[in-house]
Design a protein around this ligand. Structure first.
Ligand SMILES: [Zn+2]
Length: 158
């Protein structure tokens, strides 16, 4: 099922949307009069108990001072939070600078948590046949859930 499992950016094993399993971590830099978020990672929450301890969260010592439960980024509420980082919108005065440093990186992260099958297809983006299939596609067609499902399944050309 899409949007229920991700590949941990540290250990490569599956992270799920269950509470206490997934965590999103990122770094922040001071920029102008605010802070900009960057280097988003989806990782396992630190669990020291058995069966297997998980210590994928790089933590503050590595510069990742911010983290939130993965579940908070999912669904309409997650999208509301993610969009507020780009624009605080009319009810908060507008005119704010985006709170993210790199738009391509941020959109990649948003698609991972919001677009069905993006995560499943993501590891195949560099494959030559994916490029071949999508050579003539318009800008958004590759990111439609159905296109992504076919990339993930390797059935795009059928
Ligand atoms: Zn992990």
């Amino acid at each position: 099922m899409p949007l229920q499992a991700w590949l941990c950016d540290v250990c490569g094993e599956l992270v799920t949307s269950h509470p206490n399993n997934g965590l999103v971590v990122w770094r922040t830099d001071r920029a102008g009069d605010g802070f900009r978020k960057y280097d988003f990672k989806i990782v396992h929450k630190t669990i020291d108990s058995d069966p297997e301890p998980q210590r994928c969260d790089p933590g503050s010592s590595e510069g990742y001072h911010s983290s939130l439960d993965l579940k908070l980024f999912l669904g309409p509420n997650g999208l509301a939070m993610l969009l507020s980082w780009l624009s605080i919108g009319p009810l908060k005065g507008g005119g704010s600078a985006p709170q993210v440093e790199n738009m391509d990186e941020f959109v990649d992260f948003v698609r991972r948590v919001q677009t069905p099958y993006y995560e499943e297809a993501r590891s195949r983006f560099d494959e030559e046949k994916t490029h071949h299939w999508l050579g003539d596609a318009n800008e958004y067609h590759p990111y439609l859930p159905e296109t992504l499902r076919r990339i993930a399944d390797g059935t795009f050309g059928e």
